[in-house]
Design a protein around this ligand. Structure first.
Ligand code: ARG
Length: 269
């Protein structure tokens, strides 16, 4: 069943590839910021069209990755665990997110350890009574997993990412409803693959083609799965599993190493 969501997004008005902090970023490739805004508008309109509420964060000049709003915090049951970016180029984004939450009365917990918010944390409200999956290996420090568990009071299961192309958890794994996930096993260590197979026997398993097309960087409301239009194979698998794939074109933002999910944070009251 679909459930209405509140999402947070930030326009790519100042989007650019000025530095390379993941293997997808090429500072010599041309970026069309106008096209990025157009495609991002398409994503926002798609979410609104599905009945969701989209809140906006004001983009700031000098923060070209701010469009990837997923990285700014992780919110569960009205509590916000703030982000602390690995790279100095993005660190001011955490301040902007913090100001957003604090000015609106959210319970905000400041992190002491590097973590990139929903880029590396996924929440499944109905899996095992409310479970957090947390990635490490490239950005978020494992110590932040324990800190998130203390902040949020939910069990946090750590999984290790091993392929630099999948530098955040949300490019390799996504919740497709309150209890189930889709993921690409190849992005994880052998032991973490076992953990995921044990916890999610019904998961939709993606292949490398799906994953490299940013297919797993998706957002689902429990039924409608908004995903990168280039990930056609994964769309078919999701449809076969009873979900409704909703493809969106977001190619320009791939140049920064992100797609649908990277642009969206969920505000969970
Ligand atoms: N250029 C950004 C970075 O490397 C992309 C972030 C994508 N966001 C995400 N949630 N995976 O940090």
């Amino acid at each position: 069943m679909p459930r209405k969501r509140i999402y947070l997004m930030c326009s790519p008005k100042h989007f650019a590839v000025e530095y390379a902090i993941n293997p997808w970023m090429d500072v010599t490739a041309a970026v069309d910021a106008e096209l990025a805004v157009k495609q991002w508008d398409g994503l926002r309109e798609t979410l609104v069209g599905l009945g969701h509420d989209v809140r906006l964060l004001t983009p700031q000049p000098g923060l070209p990755d701010m469009v990837y709003a997923a990285n700014g915090a992780f919110v569960v049951d009205g509590t916000v665990y703030g982000a602390r970016f690995k790279h100095a180029q993005r660190s001011a984004e955490a301040t902007a997110h913090r100001a957003f939450y604090q000015s609106r009365g959210w319970h905000f917990i400041a992190p002491t350890v590097t973590n990139e918010g929903e880029g590396d944390f996924v929440y499944l409200p109905a899996a095992h009574g409310g479970l957090v999956l947390a990635g490490y290996g490239f950005r978020t420090e494992p110590a932040a997993h324990a800190e998130a568990q203390e902040a949020l009071g939910r069990p946090v299961v750590s999984v290790r990412l091993v392929d630099p192309r999948f530098y955040h958890l949300d490019v390799a794994l996504a919740s497709i409803d309150d209890r189930n996930i889709a993921y690409y096993p190849g992005a994880f260590s052998t032991a973490s693959q076992k953990v995921l197979a044990q916890l999610f026997p019904e998961a939709v398993v993606a292949d490398d083609v799906d994953a490299l097309a940013f297919g797993l960087n998706l957002v689902s409301d429990g039924r409608n799965v908004v995903l990168n239009s280039e990930a056609t194979g994964l769309a078919d698998k999701l449809a076969a599993a009873g979900y409704q794939p909703v493809p969106v074109a977001l190619a320009e933002l791939r140049k920064g190493g992100g797609s649908v999910k990277c642009c969206i944070a969920e505000l969970r009251h």
